[in-house]
Design a protein around this ligand. Structure first.
Ligand code: S3P
Length: 457
């Protein structure tokens, strides 16, 4: 018997070097929002009829979601820059014939676990070395209470991890669940399960997280209400078994991707750039607020609402930054942006203090350790604590030197992109062991940086 090669082969590491060059100038756009892209595919796959998506992020993570949905019966096609999805209807997913490999994508696996939990099907999920280390118990716990059954690998530190098999239940049991961690993925997994459950599924968020699921579910016609109680908890209630109607979705540029050229322009003297059409949803835009408070010249221009999401062009000029104590309540709205904030902090004047960041230890890598390690190699002055970094900025000076040739990204796209930006301002430049993880969220990242520098010549 011959076996077909899979398209999820292990990528060769792609080392690359980044060094100081010219100022960044000109206008660019960044790829589509990753969170919105996953949800656009998933909700379209559940609607009855044909949805259209433009601006979809065509990165590995989102393509992994598309492949999984196809394996469960949705028809997903692409023509030019337009994606069309023929949905199967609520409750219409089929059991896939093979194991589903979600590569590096935590959002794919956690959201799809929710979907499967309320279908009468069984699905086995696997992923790459990074995803296989990430905790799945946070999703397994509520979905088990809804009636789904899980068999997961247990890691050496006793966590439920991939590979795992979920056997869904139909009809499953509606749940009221108070989120013990501020996680949009957990919230979304429960709501997606609730779509195929009779009665009211309710998620209580003591700390608000990104709200794309609620907004998009409403847009697709789901019966969702969002309230805030006297204690400032957000309460999201969804009445299940309401059919979704197909939509035309325009995905805005990803603020988490825009973060890299924005910080690069702040740090490289003489820079003046515009990042066009970026989502500035307040549940995502915390980094821009903090950078403005550090003295960054960042302005939102052409603000508008596109498909229920606020969008703007972000105009950024080189600025001298000052250290800051980052307040804990802004953390969820910039949870993916701390790696690049740490680079800005290392170049700022004064001390930046961050705390409440233990979630960073269970992202695509342990982002506190990876960033502390890399910044130490560049000669930054910092202390790593259990839940944050304290960085004494060196006011525009990161020496680098021989150790700067050993930056490790540990299969983490945001670590790779953060240090690439650091390379533009580190005296000696630096070398990163593997830039291939950037394909998960920002295809064309290195050429985007080069184009911004080229346009200054
Ligand atoms: C995401 C939620 C966040 C974020 C991730 C995308 C989402 O994860 O870090 O990149 O699309 O729901 P958590 O839910 O673990 O905070």
């Amino acid at each position: 018997m011959t076996s077909k090669p899979t398209d999820q082969t292990i990528a060769e590491p792609k080392p690359d070097s980044f060094k100081p060059g010219t100022a960044l100038t000109g206008a660019i756009s960044v790829p589509g929002d990753k969170s919105i892209s996953h949800r656009a595919l998933i909700l379209s796959a559940l609607a009855i009829g044909e949805s259209e998506i433009t601006g979809l992020l065509e990165g590995e993570d989102v393509l992994a979601t598309a492949k999984a949905l196809r394996a469960m019966g949705a028809q997903i096609d692409k023509s030019g820059d337009k994606w069309t999805v023929f949905g199967v209807g609520i409750g219409g997913l089929m059991e896939p014939e093979t194991v589903i490999d979600l590569g590096n994508s935590g959002t794919s696996v956690r959201l799809l676990m929710g979907l499967v939990a309320a279908h009468d099907i069984s699905v086995t999920f696997t992923g790459d070395a990074s995803l296989s280390k990430r905790p799945m118990g946070r999703v397994i716990e509520p979905l088990s209470a809804m009636g789904a059954d899980f068999t997961a690998r247990i890691s050496v530190d006793d966590k439920a991890c991939l590979p795992l098999t979920v056997r869904g239940l139909c009809p499953a049991i509606p749940l009221e669940y108070r989120l013990p961690v501020a996680s949009a993925q957990v919230k979304s997994a429960i709501l997606l399960a609730g779509l195929n459950i009779p009665g009211v599924t309710r998620v209580i968020e003591p700390v608000p997280t990104r709200d794309h699921s609620e907004t998009m579910l409403k847009g697709f016609g789901a019966n969702v209400t969002v309230e805030t109680d006297a204690n400032d908890n957000r309460i999201i209630s969804l009445v299940g078994e309401t059919e979704l109607s197909p939509q035309k979705i325009k995905v805005p540029g990803d603020p988490s991707s825009a973060a890299f050229p924005v910080v690069a322009a702040l740090l490289v003297p003489g820079s003046d750039i515009v990042v066009e059409n970026v989502g500035i949803n307040p549940t995502r835009a915390g980094l821009f607020t903090i950078l403005q408070q550090m003295g960054g010249d960042i302005r939102f221009e052409n603000e508008q609402i596109v498909g229920g999401e606020p969008v703007a062009d972000i105009h950024v000029k080189h600025s001298k930054l000052k250290g800051i104590a980052v307040p804990a309540d802004i953390v969820p709205s910039m949870i993916d942006e701390f790696p690049i904030l740490f680079i800005a902090a290392a170049m700022a004047e004064g001390t930046t203090i961050t705390s409440g960041l233990s979630e960073l230890r269970v992202k695509e890598s342990d982002r506190l350790s990876r960033m502390a390690e890399g910044l130490n190699l560049l000669g930054a002055d910092l202390i790593e604590k259990e839940d944050g970094l304290t960085i004494n900025g060196r006011a525009g000076f990161l020496p680098g030197g021989t150790k700067a040739s050993a930056i490790k990204t540990a299969l983490d796209h945001r670590i790779a992109m953060s240090f690439a930006v650091a390379g533009l301002v580190t005296e000696t430049g630096l070398t990163i062991d593997d830039m291939s993880p950037t394909e998960t969220s920002f295809p064309g990242f290195a050429s985007m940086l080069a184009a911004l520098q080229g346009s200054a010549q």
